[in-house]
Every structure is written in C-alpha cells, then in structure tokens.
Design a protein. Structure first.
Length: 264
C-alpha cells in the first residue's frame, strides 16, 4: 500500500484510535469482529461445499472454483482452501494491526441489522433496471440451485466478495497506487470500476439466442460498484453480509412466497 494506506478503508486502518472514538462503525471494521460476524457464513458455505442438502455449492459457484484453481497453481489442493484463506487473512490483518480491541458480542449482531438495511439499495436497483422481470442472483452454472438455497447464498456472498473485493480491489489498488503512483482517490475509483466490470463478466449475462443481456450486465456492474464502495467504506464483513442477504432473498425468500398457496 501507499503511504496513505491507513486511509484505504476500514480493513487496513491502524488501531491507534482513541478509546472514546471506538464506536460501532470502528469496531465492526476490525478483523476479529469481521471474523466473528463471518464465522456462521463460513460454516454454512463449507457445509454447502460438502454437499449438505443437495449438490455441492463448489459445483455451482464459479468464484469458489476460481479460488481453488488459484491455489492449485501453487501445488496446493483442497476444496476448503478458500475458506481457510479467508480466516488466515483476517487473522494476519489482526496481528499486523496490533489491535488490542476487546471482542464485543453486540457488534456482529448489529452488523446483521446493518447488512439487512444496506440490502435495500440493491432491491431498488432491480426494480429500476428490470421492473417486473427476473431478479438477478448468484452466479450459477445452470439454472436454479439444486442444493440448499441458504447455503448457496452464504457461499456466493462469501467467496465472491473475497475474490472480487478483498483480492482484486486490493491487488489493483496496489498496482495503481504503489507501483504506478497514481493519486490515491483515482486508484480507488479505478480499482472499484475494474473489479465491478470483472464481477459483471463473471456472471451469466448472455441471451439465449446470442448477445448480451444489457439489463443484467448493467445490474451486475452497478451491484459490483456498490459492493466495492461498501468494502472500502465498511470493510469485508458488511460487503459479504449485504451480498449474502440479497442472494438469500432471491434464492430462498422470494421463491418461497411465489410458490406459496394463495389464501382461500
């Protein structure tokens, strides 16, 4: 990171913040609180990887397969390496920051509420871009998930945010700000835009007869920008929480309402 890296989002802020200023928004961006918040998501995603409730989500999520193949380049094999990498990354961040913050159990609970609130703009975006149409969900290889929608939503939120936000935004920012020496704000904007474009291309935006579904492409690009801004402003935890909750609504809640019997 550049010399201004302490300002690059909450994920890399230093722990030298006065105790009086350590409120919810600061605490919820600390690595240990993020890890505590993400622990149930990681467990759910790994259960999905094991195929609990149906087909393994590892066969349905392209982001998970991309991460596994990345580790295979270095001769390391295993379906569970992406989850292990997330845990190790957060623990390393905690050690490097020399953070001595005490765990506050109320913080992860409040992060659930914040994530639910911040899912609203994505739902509004769907209504604006594709009113009355199909709602965009996680990147699946073929149609609806045949396994558990809950586990799939957790896995999509976790692995896509880890790949496209933590890994890609951080890497692009490093190249632009530290190697090329672009201005900090410009490097952040470009990192978010590039990661959002890759996020859109990562999803199935092709029309059945050929060509590109422009509405879906725009939705995924703008959603990628939104997740990128959340990552920079609020950290990995909230970005994963919002992404997982949106996919949970799309894959589980909305289909349940649609399939429910009409009242007598």
């Amino acid at each position: 990171m550049s010399k201004d890296s302490s300002e690059y989002g909450p994920m890399v802020q230093r722990a030298g913040v006065p105790l009086a200023q350590r409120g919810y928004f600061w605490l919820s961006a600390r690595p240990l609180h993020i890890l505590l918040f993400l622990a149930p998501v990681i467990v759910a995603a790994e259960l999905g990887t094991l195929g609990l409730g149906g087909e393994s989500i590892a066969n349905q999520l392209a982001a998970h397969r991309m991460l596994v193949r990345f580790f295979e380049i270095f001769g390391v094999l295993g379906l569970h390496l992406p989850a292990i990498a997330i845990v190790i990354t957060l623990l390393i961040q905690h050690v490097i920051s020399e953070d001595r913050t005490r765990i506050e159990p109320i913080v992860p609970a409040a992060m659930v509420v914040e994530s639910a609130f911040l899912t609203g703009p994505l739902l509004i975006l769907v209504l604006v871009i594709q009113p009355g149409g199909a709602v965009a969900a996680a990147a699946l290889d073929s149609g609806p998930a045949r396994g558990s929608g809950l586990l799939l939503a957790m896995g999509a939120g976790l692995y896509e945010e880890f790949l496209f936000r933590l890994v890609i935004i951080t890497a692009i920012h490093f190249v632009l700000a530290d190697l090329i020496r672009l201005p900090e704000k410009g490097a952040r904007v470009m990192a978010v835009v590039i990661s959002a474009a890759l996020f859109a291309m990562h999803h199935d935006i092709a029309l059945p007869g050929g060509g590109v579904n422009l509405r879906l492409a725009v939705f995924y690009f703008l959603a990628g920008v939104y997740f990128g801004v959340l990552f920079l402003a609020r950290g990995l935890g909230i970005a994963v929480g919002v992404h997982a909750m949106y996919d949970l609504l799309v894959l589980v809640v909305m289909p349940a309402f649609e399939s429910a019997d009409p009242p007598a």
